[in-house]
Design a protein around this ligand. Structure first.
Ligand code: SAH
Ligand code: SF4
Length: 358
């Protein structure tokens, strides 16, 4: 297997250069080409000697995934379908906002958790993405947009997959993405979203200095059992304990994601119960408009219902925003990612994750 530079931390790259018999400053040069100047190939690394470039070119894997498709929404959101070396595809979304630009990256191809409102949940889990594949989604989007003068300032691990079921690769990728001498995405600009994999949250909290978002969607076990099936394994009480144990640095808060589904979890009573449940947890609530997809068994709540829900939560003193859907017209919104044009049939039976629910 050729080596993937995009999956190495700066220390690991330095060790590799030493193993190769190179001076340590070589590592700094290569690192800077990959993560600061965002070179797309070794040929661009013009200050490296020809023999060294030849060695690099022969030993390392390409620095970029292949673009299978690219769609741009009327609201400026962009979605890429990117192919890995084995033709498995991953989806990456860029969401431009006035003061920031956010890349939403995938952590798995598919997902082993079948939340019924999420299109990714209808796909089998193909495999975990490697740290390099996660990082390359960021380097690729940043390089592509830099050519157009657009800045990538934030990263959210909210694309396809459950990041805590790929914790090792995600941890390595986060280290690389946060390196101040490279992509330099700071801890306040990096958010990981989990459906509530309680038994991985303690380890994640120790290793990852990122904002945590938790997909809540209901504070009644009977309802959450249906919407987020992992709740049957780790119920709301267990989730609350894990959230309370999450190391919030400084003035941090847990972000709770709550997708409003018509007639399912959007009543005034639901809003009051949510407020009650969140008492004592430093929290921020993101109300998500449901993004429909073909065959989805739910519909979005009306605007009035969403505003009323927000009002109740806000009146209780909680920071509450309605996250409007972005990129819906090109299937780039939360929960619409389906890896549409997967290039190959599965190479093997879909991996049922050992800890998947059900
Ligand atoms: N697996 C992780 C991260 C990826 S999903 C998780 O579940 O948190 C990112 C967010 O999109 C989650 O909050 C999820 O609940 C939400 N989501 C999924 N499908 C959606 C849909 N159709 N409309 C709106 N939000 C959706
Ligand atoms: Fe997987 Fe998250 Fe979608 Fe649930 S909401 S199926 S955990 S990607």
């Amino acid at each position: 297997m050729p080596l993937r530079l995009t999956g190495l931390t700066r220390t690991e790259l330095t060790d590799l250069m030493v193993q190769w018999g190179e001076k340590p400053y070589r590592a700094q040069q290569v690192w800077s080409w990959v993560f600061v100047k965002l070179a797309s190939s070794v040929e661009e690394m013009s200050d490296l000697s020809k023999p060294f470039r030849a060695r690099l070119a022969s030993e390392i894997a390409p620095l970029r995934p292949e673009v299978v498709s690219h769609r741009v929404s009327a609201d400026g959101t962009e979605k890429w379908l990117l192919a890995c070396e084995d033709r498995i595809t991953m989806e990456t979304v860029f969401i431009p906002e006035t003061s920031r630009g956010t890349v939403c990256v995938s952590s798995q191809a598919g997902c082993s958790l079948a939340c019924p409102f999420c299109r990714t949940g209808t796909l089998p889990l193909r495999r975990n993405l490697t740290a390099a594949e996660i990082v390359e989604q960021v380097t690729f989007v940043r390089a592509t947009l830099a050519n157009r003068g657009i800045r990538v300032t934030n990263v959210v691990l909210m694309g396809m997959g459950e990041p805590l079921y790929n914790l090792e690769a995600v941890t390595q990728a986060v280290r690389i993405i946060m390196d101040g001498n490279g992509l330099a995405i700071g801890c306040r600009k990096l958010t990981l979203s989990t459906s509530g994999v309680v038994n991985r949250m303690e380890e994640a909290g120790k290793n990852l200095n990122v904002n945590l978002a938790i997909s809540l969607h209901s504070v009644r076990d009977t309802v959450r059992d249906q919407l987020v099936p992992i709740n049957r394994k780790f119920n709301l009480a267990a989730l609350k304990r894990a959230a309370l144990a999450w190391p919030l640095r400084g003035r941090g808060r847990i972000t709770w994601e709550y997708v409003l589904l018509d007639g399912i979890n959007d009543s005034e009573q639901d809003a009051l119960e949510l407020v009650h449940w969140l008492k004592g947890i430093p929290s921020k609530v993101n109300l998500l408009a449901f993004n429909p997809w073909p065959g989805a068994p739910y519909s979005p709540s009306s605007r009035e219902t969403m505003l009323r829900f927000q009002e109740i939560v806000a009146n209780a003193g909680l920071v509450t925003i309605i996250r409007d859907s972005r990129g819906g017209d090109v299937g780039a919104a939360c929960g619409q990612l389906a890896g549409d044009a997967d290039l190959t049939p599965p190479l093997h039976e879909p991996l049922a994750h050992e800890e998947s629910s059900g």
